[in-house]
Design a protein around this ligand. Structure first.
Ligand code: NAP
Ligand code: ZN
Ligand code: ZN
Length: 346
């Protein structure tokens, strides 16, 4: 075991604080990663505050990890010391179910292991990226292309793949009108990626405060959802709406913005259930769907795509002592557009 410094929530009601955790010894197929940067995802906050239900404490959140390999186990073939690598939301899965075999480890039916707030196959709790180092099986590690700086690459490991995967699956591309709902960490990557895929992108945000940024990131249009006229003007417009909103929404109002056969795809994970009038999908043969992160191979594909198109996240780099303040700013929709922790400050 190796003792490493980390930031942890001791309980659901307490702020995060500096502590130490134990990382396992490097096993045959493991890589030891010196973590350089860790993004703050809204999911970290939902979990650290038990918004999604009972959680495991102490909790070291962080599933947007970028770093450098410093040691490899004897069986490792994919990585070598010095490689620039990333780790996202999963550090293991059953490897045998149909989904694992199809590269859809995020939908593993045999039991996947989250990067934190989970119990590993060895029975030990997993701890995430707000730490100096992490040990991960090489099959759950991806390569960060040279063209991407590690700080702006870190958020791609969750925000990037969670938007890339559904945008690809629902064929965002030339000739398609795509709306991105919510312009936070996921949303701003959704705008960049949908634009790079060739779609005509509209941002639907609570206000017009971030309009200039949205247009710079690749949106052609930007509307405020606080303005009722938005819903009149955009009725029946979109082929695809990607919702990244972290709070319950009026789904019926947004489904009315889809054209016939359009899809509303939800990646936001609010803590409360939402209501739906099923007539909202009957008329116009509409689809209401969800999507969770992405598989390991698709995460690599997304990183390669982002490097090719020069897409990193827009970040505010913070020191570890600023994590609790950053959480409050995320909760207030005051993030431009992802907080990233410089782990050298832990
Ligand atoms: P974030 O940075 O806080 O962005 C969420 C955005 O939603 C905000 O910036 C805001 O955008 C909008 N929003 C927030 N509260 C709202 C409200 N009450 N009404 C309307 N809009 C509101 O969070 P994130 O890190 O991008 O994560 C977004 C959600 O996705 C979270 O619930 C997270 O847990 C979830 N998530 C899911 C997956 C998955 O695999 N499905 C993966 C990662 C994260 P505007 O200011 O533009 O309105
Ligand atoms: Zn996340
Ligand atoms: Zn599986």
């Amino acid at each position: 075991m190796t003792t490493v410094a980390a930031y942890a929530a001791p309980s659901a009601k307490a702020p995060l604080e500096r502590t130490t955790i134990e990382r396992r010894e490097v096993r045959e197929f493991d890589v030891l990663i010196d973590i350089k940067f860790a993004g703050i995802c809204h999911s970290d906050i939902h979990q650290a505050r038990e918004g999604w239900g009972e959680a495991i404490f102490p909790m070291v959140p962080g599933h947007e990890i970028a770093g450098v390999v410093t040691e490899v186990g004897p069986g490792v073939t994919k990585f070598a010391v010095g490689d620039r690598v990333g780790v996202g939301c999963l550090v293991d899965s059953c490897r045998e179910c149909d989904n694992c075999k199809a590269g859809l480890e995020q939908y593993c039916t045999g039991g996947s292991v989250g990067t934190y707030n989970a119990i590993g196959k060895d029975g030990e709790p997993t701890y995430g990226g707000y730490a100096e180092k992490i040990v991960v099986d090489e099959n759950y590690v991806v390569r960060i292309p040279d063209g991407l700086a590690l700080d702006v690459a870190a958020p791609l490991l969750c925000a990037g793949i969670t938007t890339y995967s559904p945008l690809r699956h629902w064929n965002a591309g030339p000739g398609k009108k795509v709306a991105v709902l919510g312009m936070g960490g996921l949303g701003h990557m959704g705008v960049k990626i949908a634009h790079a895929l060739g779609a005509e992108v509209t941002v639907l945000s609570q206000s017009l405060r971030k309009k200039d940024d949205g247009l710079k990131l690749g949106a052609a249009h930007y509307y405020a959802t606080s303005d009722p006229k938005t819903f009149e003007e955009l009725a029946g417009t979109f082929d695809l709406i990607l919702s990244t909103v972290s709070a319950p929404l009026d789904l019926d109002a947004y489904l009315a913005l889809l054209r016939t056969d359009g899809a509303f795809v939800n990646v936001g994970a609010p803590e409360e259930p939402v209501a739906l009038n099923l007539f909202s999908v009957i008329g116009g043969r509409k689809t209401l769907a969800g999507s969770g992160i992405g598989g390991i191979q698709e995460t690599q594909e997304m990183l390669d795509f982002c490097a090719e198109h020069g897409l990193g996240a827009e970040i505010e780099l913070i020191s570890a002592s600023e994590i609790n303040d950053a959480y409050e700013r995320v909760l207030a929709s005051d993030v431009r557009y992802r907080f990233v922790i410089d782990t050298a400050t832990i």
